[in-house]
Design a protein around this ligand. Structure first.
Ligand code: AMP
Ligand code: MG
Length: 278
């Protein structure tokens, strides 16, 4: 069977049409919800071990690290996905950063300034809940900077990401793809639940009027910034169990590809044993 990475990957040089990707589809799994949930939990154990090997390697000079970049419309489940990833591995090895509306200080700098500051150190898994891609998404949809400025960002992003990959980063870029109907249900559910009211933002409802513009902006980013060094993936996310299953697989495949092993430092084990016993 093709890997989940391959199934969801946007092939470099192609332009995906989001309307042709069913957000309720479940590529790569013939399992039902209960079986998929069980498998997701099993994968967690392997993820935890691989993450510890990544961390151990960095203690012995391995520069490698993983950066999971999550993008998606409001309620697409970025927060749930973060919880899922973080809940499966040692929290000490994960760096989670959410990117909201830039502060004045951030706006005074280049758009990559705040992103660079949040990059994960060697040996860790970084998770971005939104990212530098907002600078070609919401910024493009709402004309927050002149067109020439956001147009130039696609190439800048590609060059910058390629540089990260050379330094030992594995970039896993994932768009959580939900339908407008599913978003309406999730926004309504928030209104019905007092424990979710803190998340309610009236602007999220107004943003729905721009759905088609967001789709165009996403398609441009997916097409122009899915590179061999750092490809994009579109993950159908209307079903939460599938989102968690597929995301766990994506991470697992990315970590397995690193061919990690336990470091073998040059230690005088016998000598130390004797010293402890003596
Ligand atoms: P949330 O993820 O629900 O906390 O919302 C964060 C908000 O910040 C979203 O509406 C994003 O579109 C917005 N945002 C994130 N990055 C940028 C950016 N670079 N410029 C403008 N708005 C942004
Ligand atoms: Mg929000």
């Amino acid at each position: 069977m093709a890997s989940v990475v391959e199934l969801l990957r946007v092939e470099p040089g192609t332009t995906p049409t989001l309307a042709d990707i069913d957000p309720r589809s479940t590529p790569g799994t013939r399992k039902d919800k209960a079986d998929a949930k069980a498998e997701t939990a099993e994968i967690g154990a392997e993820l935890a071990e691989l993450q510890e090997q990544l961390y151990a390697g960095a203690r012995h000079g391995d520069p490698r690290r993983v950066l999971l970049v999550l993008q998606g419309m409001d309620t697409s489940g970025k927060g749930g996905a973060v919880k899922r990833v973080a809940g499966q591995v040692n929290p000490a090895g994960v760096r989670i950063t959410g990117f909201g509306t830039p502060t004045e200080e951030e706006l005074a700098h280049d758009f990559l300034w705040r992103i660079e500051k949040a990059l994960p150190p060697a040996g860790t898994i970084g998770v971005f809940d939104r990212s530098h891609y907002e600078d070609v998404l919401i910024v493009r949809v709402h004309d927050l900077v002149p067109r020439a400025e956001w147009e130039a960002r696609y190439d800048r992003i590609n060059a910058w990401e390629a540089g990260l990959v050379e330094q030992g980063f594995t970039l896993l870029k994932v768009m959580l793809h939900i339908s407008p109907d599913e978003q309406r249900e999730r926004l309504l559910a928030r209104l019905d639940d007092p424990t979710k009211h803190w998340k309610v933002n009236p602007a999220d409802i107004d943003e729905r009027a721009h759905w088609a513009d967001y789709a165009t902006a996403y398609e441009a980013a997916l097409s122009r910034c899915s590179t061999a060094a750092a490809p994009w993936h579109v993950l159908p996310a209307d079903r939460k169990w599938y989102r968690d299953w597929a995301l766990s697989h994506l991470l697992l495949e990315a970590l397995r590809d690193l061919d990690l092993s336990w470091p073998t430092p040059d230690l005088d084990l016998e000598g130390m044993r004797a010293a402890l016993q003596g």
